[in-house]
Unconditional design. Sequence first.
Length: 287
Amino acid sequence: MNAFFETEPTQAETSRSPRSIFEQPGGLRSQTRMTIQTRQAQKLVVGRKRSPQVEPIIGLLDFGRRMKLIWLSSEADDPFADWFLLRIEQSLEESKKLIQEKTVWLNKRMTELQGFDIQVANSLEPLHVPIFFQNPYGYMGAYLVADYDDLARSVFTARHIALIDRALSEQLLQATGKAIRRTFNLAGQWKFTGVTREDMRAQNPNAVRAVEIFGECPEPILSTRLRAALAPEIRVRTPSKPVTVQVKQSDTAEAIPLTESIDNRLVEAIGIDPKSEETESDSVPGR
């Protein structure tokens, strides 16, 4: 899950003795809560699950979960993961710019109205959604939805006081909402292949399969000269050393070499089956 409620510390945690200054600090944990005030923004957070005759829509929570998979593959030196991070980062910036332009234009119209002090409408019962993402791109998506939520409140306010008509209000919300969904859908096009830059240089079957799925990866991406601004540090994998296990038998001992598969380790860490394209959608906690 990419979103969860923070739980109260257990009795064992509260009774734990103070740590020595010579011990390493524990892991960091933070709490982030997102406020949603419009139904339109809520739909962007939740998305829509697949049904027999309805196509799924990737929401913010599912976007953050998928971005974790791309993030981990980028760490593992997957050039196509780097390519997706760059494209998604650019799409996030483009969507943010579009929403800001529409917001500035609409707010300017409301402030220029002579003799009126207009306050943008607020929800009487907003939703407070605790969120936690294991990569920065999930939070970038959350900021985008928050900007859209503010724009939606301004649009409904302007329409209510007759500054804009219904057609224009729907056009503003549809154009900006579509930009966000297009960004989230980019993450939905990702498929795990386990390919690395070393595979691409060797042009082995793993590399051929990845090119068949995604097409040719741009050379600046392959050479790491071009990466997303928030891309993770690449953790170069070193070949696993065979482990020899001595098995006692009746007369002789036979050495059995056991080699751990790096690719299988990565798949287990990511938590997906590379042969499976089915995903499950998250839902808003507490809803």
